[in-house]
Design a protein around this ligand. Structure first.
Ligand code: ADP
Length: 359
């Protein structure tokens, strides 16, 4: 994507370079241009692109469309720099920093099988790691490689760290920090009836901290669930799989109509318009808290997705888990406000959760 002065004075054009299938179904690279328009109806001038999502400034508009296609062929992923200028931003890593040398990687036992393929335990440079062996055709590898450099720079004690990518063989494998106790939903179910209020609140605190970090970096998770949070050997809960849904190739899985689309964790604006934001992550976090306080129950257990969407539109919400203090239930309900702006930020949720003493 690049933003440039148009041939007409005072007019800006966003040019999107895409490999998305064209009308002939072929994946030929092509460029599509969108003019930034100004709204004429508003008293103060506002900007918009393909559809009428209005913004006071162009940087705000670009920021929004980095996460939402909203009428364009695709969302704005990577800025394109012209001329001989390096496209590597100072915050990105060089190739030898993000590529894992297979000679340094030892593979061990299988841990699980996930949406991208098998997950194995392993060792890399004296560290215990989890290695995701990407199944042929499961991932948009080129896009992921671009993003991996940025993802590796995201480092926080409440995020599962990506150490690097091994591209020597095809398909490639991804090397992550090992989380010895696996995913949080299984962990919760295995410990039902044995966890204190402090423990449950601690899990919500851990995840709100990781998410507040992502939010402050303008990064959207898109698939926050207890299944996508992992537990370390010393019971710290961390956010995993952030942003990964963007690289799943099977449309059946990820489209809002797809069988694996996480509708029961998705906000109304995501279900209706695929409009992702940190505030749609906040909605999912409300469902995550519900999972924690029900000790790993599935939300809306046996109800089909369509029925759940209708119930949400009618204003119904998940019921208060028996274990949840009233103050925590109020936070869940706050996350499930219809209007994204009415929901709290993760920074605020973190603050609120931290200030709840044992209730
Ligand atoms: P999915 O997105 O389908 O849950 P993943 O590939 O992310 O698939 O993970 C599948 C399973 O592999 C997880 O539920 C967890 O048990 C295990 N796993 C994934 N990442 C790690 C990790 N970093 N450390 C330990 N186990 C992991």
């Amino acid at each position: 994507m690049s933003l440039r002065d148009s041939r007409h004075a005072g007019v800006y054009t966003v040019s999107v370079f895409t490999k998305a299938p064209g009308s002939n179904g072929q994946k030929n690279p092509w460029v599509k241009h969108y003019q930034i328009r100004e709204s004429e109806t508003e008293e103060t001038s506002k900007f918009y692109l393909a559809e009428k999502y209005l913004f006071s400034t162009i940087p705000e508009l670009i920021q929004y469309h980095r996460h939402n296609a909203a009428g364009m062929i695709m969302r704005l992923t990577h800025p394109f720099s012209q001329g001989r200028e390096s496209s590597q931003s100072p915050t990105e890593l060089s190739e030898d920093q993000w590529k894992v040398d297979p000679a340094e990687l030892t593979l061990g036992e299988e841990v699980a099988s996930g949406q991208f393929g098998l997950v194995l335990q392993g060792r890399w440079r004296e560290r215990r790691v989890a290695v995701k062996m990407v199944r042929e055709g499961a991932m948009s590898e080129e896009d992921f490689k671009e993003e991996a450099r940025v993802m590796m720079m995201r480092s926080h004690c409440k995020l599962v760290q990506l150490y690097g990518v091994c591209t020597q063989h095809s398909p490639m494998c991804l090397v992550f920090e090992l989380m010895e106790q696996g995913c949080l939903s299984d962990y919760l179910r295995a410990r039902r009836g044995r966890m204190s209020q402090d423990t449950l609140r601690g899990m919500c605190l851990d995840i709100s901290e990781g998410m507040a970090y992502l939010e402050s970096n303008n990064f959207i998770h898109r698939d926050l669930t207890a299944r996508n949070c992992l537990v370390s050997y010393n019971n710290v809960v961390k956010v995993s799989d952030f942003g990964m849904t963007r690289f799943v190739l099977d449309d059946q899985d990820t489209s809002s109509q797809g069988s694996k689309f996480p509708s029961k964790w998705s906000s109304p604006e995501v279900i209706k318009y695929c409009k992702f934001s940190s505030k749609s992550d906040v909605w999912s976090f409300g469902v995550f808290m519900w999972e924690v306080y029900t000790e790993g129950r599935l939300p809306y257990e046996n109800r089909p997705n369509g029925e759940v969407v209708d119930a949400l539109n009618a204003g119904l919400r998940l019921l208060k888990p028996r274990q949840a203090p009233e103050a925590v239930h109020l936070l869940m309900e706050w996350c499930w406000k219809v209007k994204p702006d009415d929901r709290p930020s993760f920074a605020l949720l973190l603050h609120e959760l931290a200030s709840l003493s044992d209730l």
